[in-house]
Design a protein around this ligand. Structure first.
Ligand SMILES: Nc1nc2c(ncn2[C@@H]2O[C@H](COP(=O)(O)OP(=O)(O)OP(=O)(O)O)[C@@H](O)[C@H]2O)c(=O)[nH]1
Ligand SMILES: [Mg+2]
Length: 463
């Protein structure tokens, strides 16, 4: 049977250090140290003797122990294991946010015996020390990369309540119980009666159905992680980049009066009602002999193909032309809006001669901002198409879903074996063992280094 080995029980003897804040300059940088020597390293770098107390911030100065010269005015924040992020003794040094300064302080920590931390190593230690399970580590990753509030709240909920871990654990226990019923009668046929195959099959079916429902809800809600892709397309010079910039309130794309200015797809994410909307500004659609522009137009079409909604920008001073009509005919089955731009300009006509799409038409001036509120309302209506997530308490990752799909397959296979009276009972235990292994992998128990490596490689150094 499966043994629940905790890969982590061994204490880590090395002390690791890394800069936990992003590269570059800022108000404050944090150097994080974790491991048995972390307090001692800070003591050796402090200009005066310190009385460390867990959780108590101490103001002080760092000095280079080699020449005794001061390096920076800092705050020290010590944690005592197991009550720390990693579960080990930790020290945070909050220094002024200089890129070279923080690197130099990190080097001092390394010179005092700390090892440079690998990507995600702090979180990995938190997992190995039992502070969090693997699903919570993935929630931390989601919190860091989330582009919208809805995913942030779901990830924080899982981090706090271990919702995914509890569900997996529950599933693991129920499958183990069915597995135990089967193996007992197989291993000890004289003492234990063969279980009622129909009852066990019904239990497996119930588990598989619940799992399949959970997976479909999570599949539907992946939009919270991936966002809604919205492509801004139209003819050259219609004002796509100007509308894009106005929506983002930033001069992100280059705007000129030369048709064919935008050559590449430019992506930016906007948070609307807690949902990430990724806007893509594209090259104006036209036939061209210019090699670079041609490649740009190709990319515009790729952006259309991978988007869930379209903002078609028309120059309201020229109106709809044959070329617009052709493009609109090809994209009209998607969700979209026609934006008549340049409402401030002479010759602007708010009436569209015809609308081949059935999409709403909004007159705007990207230059003055007039009508942009209505366009934002349309984006909000797009965000409203995302299913209500108020009843959801976590969002599974793609990795978790892929493993759970296998578990679902295993449960269905075991059920099929059980309902066929001619198939020997022990054949049903094979897929159940596979299901249990999948679940243990998901919980980060008895997992190969490979699984852990694939999860933690996505973290940054210092996390
Ligand atoms: N009057 C007026 N001019 C505008 C408005 N929006 C854009 N323009 C002008 O229209 C020209 C083209 O604007 P862009 O935003 O670069 O147009 P585009 O569709 O991105 O063009 P390409 O990248 O070449 O496909 C520029 O000269 C802009 O200043 C507007 O609301 N009013
Ligand atoms: Mg442009």
């Amino acid at each position: 049977m499966l043994e629940q080995q905790n890969t982590a029980a061994l204490p880590n003897l090395t002390t690791i250090a890394a800069i936990a804040t992003p590269r570059g300059t800022g108000g404050v940088a944090i150097i994080r140290i974790s491991g048995p020597q972390s307090w001692e390293i800070a003591s050796r770098l402090s200009a005066k003797p310190m009385q460390w107390e867990p959780g108590r911030v101490l103001h002080g100065w760092l000095r280079d122990p080699v020449d005794g010269k001061l390096m920076d005015e800092v705050l020290f924040l010590p944690f005592k294991g197991p009550k720390s992020f990693t579960g080990e003794d930790c020290m945070e040094i909050h220094c002024h946010g200089g890129a070279v300064l923080s690197q130099t302080i990190l080097k001092l920590c390394l010179a005092q015996g700390a090892m440079p931390a690998a990507a995600g190593e702090f979180t990995r230690r938190a997992l190995l020390n039992g502070r969090i399970d693997l699903s919570q580590a993935e929630s931390i990753l989601d919190l860091i990369h989330a582009q919208g509030e809805a995913l942030i709240k779901l990830s924080a909920n899982n981090l706090h309540h271990r919702a995914v871990g509890n569900y997996l654990q529950q599933l693991l226990l129920e499958i183990s119980r069915i597995q135990a019923d089967l193996t007992a009668s197989i291993d000890f046929p004289d003492e234990v009666d063969e279980p009622d195959r129909d009852v066990l099959a019904a239990q497996l079916r119930e588990l598989a159905t619940q799992l399949s429902e959970r997976l479909s809800i999570n599949r539907r809600n992946q939009v919270l992680r991936e966002g809604i892709e919205v492509a801004l397309i139209g003819r050259p010079n219609a004002g796509k980049s100007s509308v894009f910039n106005a929506l983002l309130s930033s001069e992100r794309s280059i705007v000129t009066d030369i048709p064919g200015t935008t050559r590449d797809v430019i992506r930016e994410t906007l948070q609307v009602k807690g949902i990430p909307l990724t806007l893509t500004d594209t090259a104006g659609l036209r036939e061209t002999a210019d090699q670079v522009e041609m490649l740009g137009v190709e990319r515009s079409w790729q952006a259309v193909a991978s988007s869930q909604a379209i903002i078609y920008v028309l120059d309201g001073t020229t109106g709809l032309e044959e070329r617009d009509r052709n493009v609109l005919e090809t994209v009209k089955d998607s969700q979209g809006v026609i934006v008549l731009n340049k409402s401030d300009a002479l010759g602007f006509n708010a009436q569209l001669a015809e609308n081949p799409t059935g999409w709403p038409v909004i007159s705007v001036s990207a230059q003055t901002g007039s009508g942009m509120g209505q366009l934002m309302d349309w984006l909000e209506s797009l965000a409203d198409t995302v299913p209500d997530v108020s009843g959801l308490d976590y969002l599974l990752s793609h990795r978790q879903m892929a493993h759970l799909e296998k578990v679902q397959g295993n449960l269905e296979e075991a059920e099929k074996t059980l309902i066929s009276p001619v198939i020997p009972l022990d054949l049903a235990t094979v897929p159940l063992t596979d299901a249990l292994l999948e679940l243990q992998g998901l919980l980060g128990k008895d997992t190969t280094e490979l699984v852990l490596d694939s999860v933690f490689a996505r973290f940054c150094v210092g996390k």
